[in-house]
Design a protein around this ligand. Structure first.
Ligand code: ZN
Length: 350
């Protein structure tokens, strides 16, 4: 077998292997077709005449372009039905990559200005997930993303409301928004209260702010997973802490390039994270907005970072171990993973 043959076979396996994604925002993972239909439902946009035009719009020169485009597309999600249909089509689309389970963020408070109450969005998103599970078998849990920009007082009110949906699949909270303007420490009470309410807790950190933001998410918030964590690489003590504690990092390589958190794919510290024994998981963040897929992200490990197939296997299983699945669910997915990996010939892995 030539090196190229082996590379092609490994890439093929990456596309077909069962995968778990832990850091994906539903508002950034809609399908282009869904958005195109919604744009026309609400009277169209003169700049969008085809799906290709949307694709063009999702090319950004700078972070401000991305943010502007993010709000532009939010404008076309106006009813519970829009969210339900979009969620359904998103999950069906993800299943085509053999993504078998997701823990997806959704931001029910970001659309209140579009006139949709938080409970209507939440219930619609749940319905969309349930429908997709019935049709494709994909399994899911939801994490409500608290926007730092809304402030800790609003967040305290929000977690009480979200805890009411715990039995329906909304299992936790995430902390998103502008991390340099609103440090994690402001949210200590929110995370303490969320824990008391039985919610799981994750935080974006070290993406738009430095290593101290990651440390704060761990020490002040007791976050159970870190979203991005890129800047942890700047602080050896923090790297040690992450290694010792095995707090999972939700790595999103393409997203970090697109938002400028790293200057290029090659500059991303994912390889160092792996080499230094951190619990790395691979994710897409906002796949449609960043024009990437989970398959692409795993392929980067192979093609750009020259990771071994053992590393890729480790990262796959890390997602399973870092998930908020209960024991019985975890065993079920472990079986699915084992069956797939047992079929990979030894000489392909080594
Ligand atoms: Zn994110």
């Amino acid at each position: 077998m030539t090196k190229n043959d082996k590379y092609d076979l490994l890439n093929e396996f990456i596309c077909s292997m069962p995968k778990i994604e832990l850091h994906l925002h539903l508002e950034g993972a809609f399908t282009m077709e869904t958005l195109y239909r919604l744009i026309h439902k609400y009277g169209g946009d003169p700049t969008i005449r085809s799906l290709e035009d949307i694709k063009q719009k999702f090319n950004y020169d700078k972070f401000e372009d991305f943010i502007r485009t993010w709000y532009w597309k939010n404008n076309f999600f106006r009813t519970g039905d829009d969210f339900e249909l979009s969620t359904y089509e998103t999950l069906v689309n993800l299943k085509q990559q053999n993504i078998v389970y997701i823990e997806a963020f959704f931001s029910p408070w970001d659309f209140e200005k579009n006139g949709i109450p938080m409970d209507e969005i939440t219930e619609s998103v749940i319905r969309g997930c349930e429908h997709a599970e019935q049709d494709t078998g994909i399994q899911w849990k939801l994490i409500a993303d608290l926007n730092r920009d809304h402030g800790p007082e609003a967040a305290l009110k929000h977690i009480e409301k979200i805890a009411a949906y715990k039995e329906q699949g909304v299992i936790g909270i995430g902390l998103g928004g502008n991390e340099s303007l609103h440090p994690a420490a402001q949210y200590m009470d929110v995370f303490r209260e969320a824990k008391a309410l039985g919610l799981r807790r994750v935080a974006h950190a070290g993406e738009a702010a430095g290593a101290e933001s990651v440390s704060s998410a761990i020490i002040d918030l007791n976050a159970e997973r870190i979203g991005h964590g890129v800047r942890a690489i700047d602080n050896p003590d923090l790297m040690n802490l992450l290694k010792r504690s095995q707090i999972p990092i939700e790595v999103c390589i393409t997203s970090n390039v697109m938002t400028g958190a790293v200057t290029s794919v090659n500059e991303h510290p994912v390889k160092q994270f792996l080499q230094q024994g951190l619990k790395v998981t691979i994710n897409t963040d906002d796949p449609t907005m960043f024009n990437c897929t989970l398959n692409d992200e795993y392929s980067l490990l192979l093609g750009v970072f020259r990771c071994s197939f053992q590393d890729i296997k480790k990262v796959c299983y890390n997602a399973l171990e870092s998930s908020f699945l209960d024991h019985v669910e975890r065993i079920q997915f472990e079986k699915i993973f084992n069956e797939a990996w047992d079929q990979v010939p030894e000489d392909l892995i080594s």
